[in-house]
Design a protein around this ligand. Sequence first.
Ligand SMILES: [Zn+2]
Length: 240
Amino acid sequence: MIGKQFGRLTVIQEDKESVRKKLHCSCTCGKSVSVRKDALESKSEPTQSCGCLQKEIISKRCRKHYLCNHYLYKIWKSIRQRCYNSNNANFHNYGGRGIKLHKSWHNFQNFYIYVVETIGFKPTIKHSIDRIDNNKGYRPGNLRWSIQKEQMFNIRTNMLVTYKSKKYRAQVLAKEFDINYDAFRSRIRMGWPIEKILTTPVKYRTPKTPKKLDVLSLVSKSHPSCRTTLSVRQQDHESS
Ligand SMILES: [Zn+2]
């Protein structure tokens, strides 16, 4: 077994004491690891590196366009969700009524280049990509940055969402599942699938109030008996 190669790994030592027959291997990247023999010999997914191979594959996938953290990538992903994922809460307003993403824009790079070259980067944080003609898809000549849509979205109280193939008024559904309506709407805007919107508890960020905390610590220092109640209350606040 010693000297045998498995992908990037070379067996350098057999661990005879281990119950599961572990082998010490050196990886081409310079690391050495201990791997179970059966994992190396597995026919479906054999271990072939110290973990460096998997990391490279993931980062390559991401680096393909170097932009997976760019806001345009998030926008593009959420457009695709609305247009092609029938489980998306907003699908009936987009894919469900024939709104599609232009063929060449299924490749993110093409979409990115078009946006940057023709309508430019997002003018302000309040802007979102909008279709000029609401009945036409996401295609060249039909995109603009707009804040109007956002405003319309906010005043649209009778917004409908699709859940389990049925349409519901968003407010009704949010109430039914005890999800704060503002959170509900912002989740829709972010392109979450409806199931996730309804089943993920809303976390409220604890506001940063250093002054208050200072007061709390002063109080608890001077009255040790208060400490327990105060910290319990704080926890309650944080976990709510
Ligand atoms: Zn390695």
